[in-house]
Every structure is written in C-alpha cells, then in structure tokens.
Design a protein around this ligand. Structure first.
Ligand code: HEC
Ligand code: HEC
Ligand code: HEC
Ligand code: HEC
Ligand code: HEC
Ligand code: HEC
Length: 238
C-alpha cells in the first residue's frame, strides 16, 4: 500500500504541504465493519472509560508493523507482539505517566501478579489479554479490557484438559497440528507444554504409571524400614 493511502496526498511531493499531517486516515476509514465491532468493545474497556480521548487505536497499534495473529501462527511470536503493546506502557514509568490520570503511580507489573509463579515466564508464554478480557466468548478475543476485579485468576483455566488457550492463543494452530499428530493438544505438548493440559491418553497413562511407580517405591521403602526396625528391636530384647 502506498504511504499516501493513509498519510494523504499532502506527502506526494517534496517539500510536503504544510497541513499534510492533518489528513491521516483512521483505521475505520478502510476497515469500517471490523472497526465497528472492535470499537464497541474498546469503548467498554478500562482505557476508554478511565483515560482521556488521547487513548485510541493507534496508542496500541502501529499501523506500519502490525501482523495478524492468524498470520504469525507461532504462539511465541503472537505473545511477543501482543504483550509488547501492554508492557511498553505498563512496564515503563515514562510511558505510563504520559497516559495516567492525576499522576497515578504505575503499579509494578510483577508485584501485582505475585500470586502467579514465575511471572516473567508467563509474560513470554501467555498474553495479558488472555486474563484481562471476557472469557465467555471463546471464539473471538474481545477488545474489552476489564477492571482488575474481573481478571482471570484460576490456574485451571489454562492448566487443564480443556485449556481456554486452545480456543484463544493456540486456535490458529489447532486444526493443522491435529491432522499432523492426531490429537488436539500436540501444540501444547511440543511447543509450549502447559502442565496439566495434556489430552493424550498414552501420555496420561505414562504419567499415571510413573506416579504409581513412585508411590509404590515410597510405600515399599517405608515398609522395609518398619520391618527392619521391628527386627532390630526384637533382637535387642533378646
Ligand atoms: C495503514 C496506514 C498507514 C500506512 C500505509 C503508512 N502509515 Fe505512517 N503512520 C500511520 C499511523 C496511524 C501513524 C501514527 C500516527 C500517530 O501516532 O498518531 C503513522 C505515523 C507515521 C510517521 C510518524 C512517526 C512518528 O514517530 O511520529 C511517519 C514518519 C510515517 N508514518 C511514515 C510512513 C511512510 C514513509 C509510509 C510508507 C512506507 C507509511 N507511513 C505508511 C499509518 C500509516
Ligand atoms: C487507507 C486504508 C487503510 C487504513 C487507513 C488502514 N488499513 Fe489496515 N489494511 C488496509 C488494506 C488494503 C489491507 C490489506 C487487506 C488484505 O491483505 O486483504 C489492510 C490490512 C490490515 C490488517 C491485516 C488483515 C489481514 O487479513 O491480513 C490489519 C490487522 C489491519 N489492516 C489493521 C489496521 C489498523 C489497526 C489500522 C489503523 C491504525 C488500519 N488497518 C488502517 C487498508 C487500510
Ligand atoms: C489496549 C490496546 C489496544 C487498543 C486500544 C486497540 N487494540 Fe486492537 N488489538 C490489541 C491486541 C493486543 C490485539 C491482538 C488480539 C488478537 O490477535 O486477536 C488486537 C487485535 C486487533 C485486530 C486483529 C484481530 C481482529 O479481531 O481482527 C484488529 C483489526 C484491531 N486490533 C483493530 C483495532 C482498532 C480498530 C482499534 C480502535 C477502535 C483497536 N484495535 C484498539 C490491542 C489493542
Ligand atoms: C499507553 C499506555 C497503556 C497501554 C498501551 C496499555 N495500558 Fe492498561 N492502563 C494504562 C493506564 C494509565 C491505566 C490506569 C487507568 C486508571 O487508573 O484509571 C491502565 C489500566 C489498566 C487496567 C485496569 C487496572 C485497574 O485498576 O482495574 C488493566 C487490567 C490494564 N490496563 C491492562 C492492559 C493490557 C492488557 C494492555 C495491553 C493490551 C494495556 N493495559 C495497554 C495505560 C496503558
Ligand atoms: C494469569 C492471568 C493474568 C495474566 C496473564 C495477566 N494478568 Fe494482570 N491481573 C490478573 C489478575 C487476577 C489481577 C487482579 C489482581 C488482584 O487484584 O490481586 C490483575 C491485575 C492487573 C492490573 C491492575 C493493577 C492495579 O492494581 O491497579 C494491571 C494493570 C494488569 N493486571 C496488567 C497486566 C498486564 C500488562 C499483563 C501482561 C504483561 C497482565 N496483566 C497479565 C491476571 C492476569
Ligand atoms: C492464561 C493462561 C494461564 C494461567 C491462568 C496460568 N498459567 Fe501457568 N503457564 C501458562 C503457560 C502458557 C505456561 C508456559 C508453559 C511453557 O512454556 O513451558 C505456564 C507455565 C507455568 C509454570 C511453569 C513455570 C516454569 O518455571 O517452568 C508453572 C509452575 C505455572 N505456570 C503455574 C501456574 C499457576 C500456579 C497458576 C495460577 C495461579 C497459573 N500458572 C496460571 C499459562 C497460564
């Protein structure tokens, strides 16, 4: 797409027209239908409700570099692109202060989430929006970033057999990987194994087998010790 499609004809010639900057197209101008759905969700978000009019689509999106999740496919790349948006502001005092109302201090992102083990690993493996947008609609991600009281805190939402990540972060991979390996959760097993989210009966059996073997080992060891002590005691009595 020509730069001037968005930046206006004022940039066609050099030197540019004095008012060239004023004619920047908005996302809505070309993506009317999609933008309408997204705008409705965004208008209900904490950012639209609590912050000034200066918080818009381009606060988060760089029109020059944005790539659709469906095209990135690799969960780690999707997470990197999407979390950069949030972290660039929520992990930077400078950027946050520019946007925050009444000199509100930035809550340090790791302290807020100290109930989550290894937060920095989670920031690399899972998106902020996974927990901060409504989870009812499993098929599309909403732009409605909700108040912190509504954020997801249950580990099992992701770390379970029907992990919500299947319908969200991993959705662009699921069908292809399913054909390739024959079961849905191979994505999780190969790329980013989520503890507890295996749906492979074989793997489950192996894990259960290991568990039983460990348990048997512990009980066996305990029994032998008890018997040995008894034997030693009865010897001492003699
Ligand atoms: C899809 C629309 C779109 C296209 C195509 C596009 N831009 Fe932009 N450009 C934007 C938006 C949106 C902004 C950000 C405005 C803002 O931050 O308020 C921007 C900002 C800029 C800026 C200012 C950057 C800054 O940091 O202030 C420059 C320079 C620029 N674009 C150059 C280009 C050039 C050169 C091209 C072609 C190679 C191009 N743009 C193509 C939408 C576009
Ligand atoms: C001047 C018109 C124009 C503007 C303004 C514009 N876009 Fe686009 N956008 C396009 C075109 C054309 C495509 C390519 C569509 C395709 O590949 O089928 C596109 C593609 C996209 C895609 C990828 C779609 C896909 O299927 O790969 C996204 C996401 C996107 N735009 C978001 C935005 C956002 C966010 C803004 C505002 C910051 C914006 N666009 C502004 C014209 C525009
Ligand atoms: C708080 C930051 C934020 C704001 C503000 C924001 N977005 Fe997004 N947007 C995101 C994130 C994160 C994703 C990635 C989610 C995904 O891949 O589905 C995304 C995805 C998208 C997509 C691609 C996915 C889809 O549903 O097609 C489009 C198009 C888009 N945004 C347009 C917009 C428009 C238009 C606005 C303004 C009304 C806007 N965004 C405002 C963060 C934001
Ligand atoms: C340019 C800066 C900026 C970006 C980008 C941004 N935020 Fe925010 N966000 C803020 C500010 C400032 C507030 C504080 C609003 C308030 O206190 O009223 C806030 C508030 C929030 C809250 C509400 C906290 C509460 O008190 O309930 C959540 C959740 C949140 N952001 C998550 C995100 C997520 C997720 C993203 C990325 C998709 C993101 N933010 C992107 C600046 C930003
Ligand atoms: C595993 C789910 C999860 C993930 C992932 C997650 N959050 Fe949160 N977040 C929460 C929960 C739950 C709370 C509320 C915590 C509380 O009240 O004790 C919260 C609170 C917040 C707040 C409110 C801070 C305050 O006290 O004012 C902000 C801002 C925020 N998160 C931003 C982010 C950003 C940015 C990311 C991505 C880097 C992110 N979160 C990733 C679940 C998550
Ligand atoms: C939004 C989804 C999501 C939620 C909610 C979530 N996790 Fe995770 N967690 C992940 C993903 C994805 C990974 C990365 C797996 C990998 O790459 O190895 C992970 C990794 C982990 C790891 C492995 C860390 C390491 O050092 O290897 C532990 C432990 C963990 N999570 C515990 C928890 C606990 C406890 C909770 C609840 C308080 C929780 N998680 C909530 C998605 C989530």
């Amino acid at each position: 797409m020509a730069c001037t499609k968005c930046h206006g004809d004022g940039y066609d010639e050099h030197p540019h027209e004095a008012d060239a900057k004023d004619s920047l197209s908005e996302c809505q101008d070309c993506h009317a239908r999609k933008a309408m759905r997204i705008e409705r969700q965004f208008d209900k978000s904490v950012h639209a409700e609590n912050l000034s009019e200066t918080f818009t689509c381009v606060t988060c999106h760089d029109a020059h570099s944005m790539t659709l999740a469906a095209k990135l496919r690799d969960p780690h790349k999707i997470v990197a692109q999407d979390n950069k948006i949030c972290l660039d502001c929520h992990d930077s005092d400078l950027a946050f202060a520019k946007m925050a109302p009444d000199k509100k201090k930035r809550p340090p992102i790791d302290d807020i989430h100290d109930w989550l083990p290894n937060t920095r690993l989670h920031w690399k493996a899972v998106r902020c929006i996974e927990c901060h947008t409504p989870t009812e609609d499993k098929l599309s991600l909403s732009h409605e970033i909700q108040n912190k009281d509504k954020a997801e805190k249950k580990c099992a939402t992701c770390h379970s057999a029907n992990s919500s990540l299947n319908a969200r972060l991993y959705r662009h991979l699921a069908t292809e990987e399913q054909n390739k390996y024959g079961f849905l959760n191979s994505v999780i097993l190969s790329n980013s194994y989520v503890v507890g989210a295996t749906r492979s009966p074989t793997l489950d059996m192996i894990l259960i087998g290991l568990f039983v073997a460990t348990l048997a080992g512990v009980i066996g060891h305990g029994l032998v010790r008890v018997i040995m002590t008894r034997l030693r005691r009865s010897k001492n009595h003699d």
